[in-house]
Write a protein that binds this ligand. Structure first.
Ligand code: SAH
Length: 230
């Protein structure tokens, strides 16, 4: 076994996890997502393959494949797999080209990793330095190399790389930031939780080229989109 093989064996072992993070747990999660209405097979396969236990602290690893949001420290959470699947499915559908994607709210980087497995180029912004840095290291370790990280406030989007074919916001706002709509390419889709705590709507906004088409998908519960960085 040469070094390449060894590394790849180690990587494989590491990614699959053991016992409480095993294949059967993952299959159960995928079955649950199907039951909840997720239909996109590429999304389901991606969620099955990404080692969610790698995004979670030791104390909660046993729950990594439960369909729940979990705390990750810094008063933040890892998103519920169903919501990650739903948002990803929503930006993939419609058949338009999805080249460049902007994500606001990197957090632990789980949604980022799902996007990176399905789409060519991901740009992701996080306002907490510690989380941004941790996610960058984690995704590199998991072999995810098509993500560019930005430590900053996502309210203004990221003009340098605009326009985006999709923008995914994983924190809730009272109003959709105008800058995000402006950075959406024609045919592009923005998905964002909008509204007060306890009554947020998961809103899908499409730039038709002649204006914006809006649809609310379901009620969700995200942490708030905050101003400034820390
Ligand atoms: N996408 C993550 C969940 C993110 S939770 C996952 O897959 O698990 C929301 C994240 O948004 C938090 O990490 C929070 O710090 C970040 N956030 C909040 N306001 C922000 C802002 N204005 N700009 C960038 N990130 C922000």
């Amino acid at each position: 076994m040469d070094e390449g093989d060894r590394l790849s064996a180690l990587h494989h072992h590491h990614l699959r996890g053991l016992g409480m993070t095993s294949d059967s747990r993952r299959e159960k999660l995928i079955a649950e997502l199907r039951q909840m209405g997720i239909r996109n097979e590429r999304v389901l396969t991606t969620i099955r393959n990404i080692p969610r236990h790698e995004f979670i602290g030791d104390a909660l690893k046993g729950r990594a494949y439960d369909n729940d949001a979990l705390p990750i420290g810094q008063a933040q959470t890892i998103s519920q797999p169903y919501i990650v699947a739903k948002m990803t499915e929503a930006i993939l559908e419609g058949g338009a080209k999805r080249g460049k994607v902007l994500e606001i709210g990197t957090g632990c980087g789980y949604q980022t990793a799902v996007l990176a497995a399905l789409l060519p180029r991901i740009f992701t912004i996080e306002r907490l330095r510690y989380l941004s840095e941790q996610a960058r290291v984690r995704l590199a370790r998991l072999g995810c190399h098509n993500v560019v990280f930005n430590y900053g406030d996502g309210h203004l989007g990221w003009k340098t790389h605009a326009p985006y074919d999709a923008i995914v916001v994983t924190a809730a706002t009272a109003n959709v930031p105008l800058a995000l709509k402006e950075q959406l390419a024609p045919g592009g889709r923005l998905i964002i939780p909008v509204g007060p705590e306890g009554a947020q709507a998961l809103r899908l906004i499409e730039n038709t080229g002649a204006g914006f088409k809006t649809r609310d998908l379901e009620t969700v519960s995200f942490v708030p989109l905050l101003t400034g960085k820390a």
